[in-house]
Write a protein that binds this ligand. Sequence first.
Ligand SMILES: Nc1ncnc2c1ncn2[C@@H]1O[C@H](COP(=O)(O)OP(=O)(O)OP(=O)(O)O)[C@@H](O)[C@H]1O
Ligand SMILES: [Mg+2]
Length: 337
Amino acid sequence: MLSPFSKQSFAVDLGNNNTLLTDNRQILLAQPSYIVFNPGDRSVRAVGDEAYEIFEKNHDQLRPVRPLRWGVIADYESTTLMLDRLVRQVYRNRLFSRFDRIVSGVPYCATDVERMALRDVMEQFHSSQVNLVSEPIAAAIGMGIDIREASGRLIMDIGGGITEIVIISLSGVAVFQSLKVAGDSFTQTVIDHVRHEHRVVLGWKTAEQVKMKIGGAMITTDGPDQLVVKGKHLSDGLPVPVKLTHDEIVHALDTPVRAIEETLLQTLDSAPPELSADIYNNGIHLTGGSALVRGMAQRLSLTTGLTVHLDATPLLSVSKGLSKVLTNPRGYQSVLN
Ligand SMILES: Nc1ncnc2c1ncn2[C@@H]1O[C@H](COP(=O)(O)OP(=O)(O)OP(=O)(O)O)[C@@H](O)[C@H]1O
Ligand SMILES: [Mg+2]
């Protein structure tokens, strides 16, 4: 049993869409990366689940903010406040003098300035140490891959803001590609399509539901083939139902899916021959929330001719990896920055 005064370490995956906190044993919190401010000042009205709940239902006075963009900090102050509130939710009853170690995920593509901003955000917790771990590496560890082995592994993380593709060998990244196309691009594509083809405006949350239920990277039979949702008609502004089909949403999503697919092909193309041979044997390890888009794994497998291993818990892989790093920081020294 932990004393309320014992020093604690935690890990954070500050994602474009979801923020997760873990300790060395378990996931402590997983909530949307949202914050809502009260009118007039910068006082916080809500964060996480509560903020997402009121997002797009707020009146003019409340100001909702998504502090992360493309997987990195876009609004430093909002990120700091959001994380402070989320950490307090977890450690409500504990009285630490300070935290011990904080391990944070960081996109592999983050610049030095973006990494510095992330470290600054963590400084508010006065921990003895802050370490950054590249998210695709954390995801690989979380998926149970031995990153130290000499055999090349291709990790593909399709998140909310960005897609990152890396080939890892001997604890390091040998080949890397990243693009700002992921789950948010899919949702925006759904909104644009419905507006253009049906003259109906959908809210963000409704479009997310459309994407998850009838969206897809190819036509599949493992889900509904149509969905009726409510939106607002462009001409008269009145609320209307609109019937959308799996076929049309798959067709609309083809553009962003193709961008991801092409980046994967470029990554494979730029791999040195020995690593290519490994990937031929090991296949592709697919993770990130948008790996759950219907038919995504099948399509990437068809395009590349490779086996695609779809992670069983793609929303959690980075956090699971960070948690393992927290358990044994010495063992993972080479991936700590
Ligand atoms: N069942 C599903 N089908 C399709 N998309 C899904 C599903 N579940 C979650 N998503 C999408 O996954 C994305 C969030 O994934 P994830 O939590 O991995 O992103 P993130 O880590 O917050 O973002 P990033 O890695 O870009 O910083 C969202 O766009 C969400 O809509
Ligand atoms: Mg992520």
